[in-house]
Design a protein around this ligand. Sequence first.
Ligand code: AQP
Length: 329
Amino acid sequence: MRIFSGIQPTGRKHLGNYIGAIRQYVEGQDRGDPAIYCVVDLHALTVPFDPHALREHVYDTAAMLLAAGLDTDRCILFRQSDVPEHTELTWLLSSVTAHGDLNRMHQFKEKTARQRELVSAGLFIYPILMAADILAYNAHEVPVGDDQRQHVELARDIAVRFNERFGETFVVPEVRIPEVGARIMDLQDPSSKMSTTSASPAGRVLVLDDPKTIEKKVKSAVTDSGSEVRRAPDKAGISNLISILSVVRGVEPEQVESEFDGQGYGAFKTAVAEAVVEYLAPVRERYEEIRPDEKALEKTLEKGAERAHAIAHPIVDDARRVMGVGPAA
Ligand code: AQP
């Protein structure tokens, strides 16, 4: 079972990224043959960015993944731009991707609506680059949060269309979305997902926030005016906190509901805050140890890129060959 997933080097990661994706990466290391994880710096060029910060954020993100428990003896960790097959395959796949499909992507619509500066062509073709990331490794499984479901579905459609047109070349990948925690919501606006770029910093818990900040953010999370700790469509804030506590404690949401039955929101929020602080503390501590050594991080990414390249090169070569690109073999 080959596993692939990518994560953007956009600033500091939040609890949604951690619960929806990073936690799954760590779990996938021992199932993956291999598990391949990529810091997707080329994806980060699709929205306004600062070149110096971009390079720094690649190190931040790699250090965070290592701090979370990725072990490069058990997985491959690399920087997307170090493996040129990703961009080449993007172009090849663009010939079997419908413009109309890209137009339907929720993320493109949402980001376009928010963007005050240039809406780049890169933002439009972002899902083809993501399909190339996955298909270049013939990955069977793609662990992501719920917001990426549509992009993985498009990657599947692209693989099917390519195989029908040019012959069996790519594995059609399956999405893997966690049962609980696939969509952690913003603490200040629980109708929207927790996000790196949302307006209110109070709505997202960062993995590197100190305990006091985490406590403050969780305790001031927006909830309804009731007092019952249970999941319901009209209790988005409380439902979100139940999911968070259930994941960080490793128990079912029902157990959380019965434990806090009749206790009110105050006691519940205090317990969530304490549990999140405890959950993230070891990651923050390891991150502080790993992040300063940029030479070691660079070496780790370089070695990962060599291993990734060895897998992607023959697969992308096959795609070129069946498409009639370049000389005959
Ligand atoms: N709120 C979330 N709940 C669960 N999973 C989430 N993911 C993102 N938000 C949530 C998952 O995290 C992984 C990495 O996402 P990314 O590479 O897109 O990172 P990002 O751009 O920094 O994260 P955001 O918050 O999604 O950015 P915005 O909203 O500003 O564009 C993915 O697997 C994603 O599903």
